[in-house]
Unconditional design. Structure first.
Length: 193
């Protein structure tokens, strides 16, 4: 004997039919046509494509936001390092000038050695922060890295080359913290005669 599954709807229809004395009607299920199925599939595929496009757009936006965040974070780090280190660099310059002066006036070797050790620690600390010294002695003048405080004629140094570094410069990665102050050669003086 074949077991039949009876739904609640069928049972309710049967009870209503018994009360009214009529024969129960069997609910007919409509079979969807192939045109309706194809339309439904096309709608679902369109919906899927739209959702996939939205997903890819959201993913790209998230990637761009992450890249912007990392770039902004790096910029804040560089600006903070620059803001904090510029006064320290000025102090470092003064310390170097003091050491040079102490060497000229023949201060005790133990004191000079102590100053030189402190100077070396300064240099190592700046290097650890990613700060590089710009000391362009005998290099070609570069207005992007050097500040010409003076020019003069020179018999042996070619034109546009640096004769003397008045004050070293510093850069942090590709960013210039302070340009090197330099004296630039004009080359040999041409005498009109």
């Amino acid at each position: 004997m074949k077991s039949e599954t009876v739904s609640k709807k069928d049972v309710i229809l049967d009870k209503n039919a018994e009360k009214s004395g009529k024969k129960p009607e069997v609910a007919k299920e409509e079979k969807p046509s192939s045109a309706n199925l194809e339309t439904k599939i096309a709608e679902l595929e369109k919906q899927c494509k739209e959702l996939q496009d939205k997903y890819l757009l959201a993913k790209a936006d998230l990637d761009n936001a992450r890249k912007r965040f990392l770039k902004d974070k790096e910029e804040v780090r560089i600006q903070t390092t620059q803001f904090v280190c510029l006064p320290i660099i000025t102090l470092f310059d003064s310390f170097k000038m003091g050491l040079e002066s102490a060497q000229k006036y023949q201060v005790a070797q133990e004191v000079l050695k102590g100053f030189q050790m402190i100077l070396q620690q300064f240099q190592e600390s700046l290097k650890a922060l990613g700060i590089e010294e710009i000391n362009p002695q005998n290099e070609v003048f570069n207005p992007h890295l050097h500040d010409a405080v003076s020019t003069c004629f020179h018999e042996t140094v070619a034109e546009d080359r640096i004769i003397q570094v008045v004050r070293v410069g510093y850069k942090l990665g590709d960013r210039l913290l302070r340009a090197a102050s330099v004296v630039v050669s004009k080359g040999k003086e041409v005498k009109n005669g």
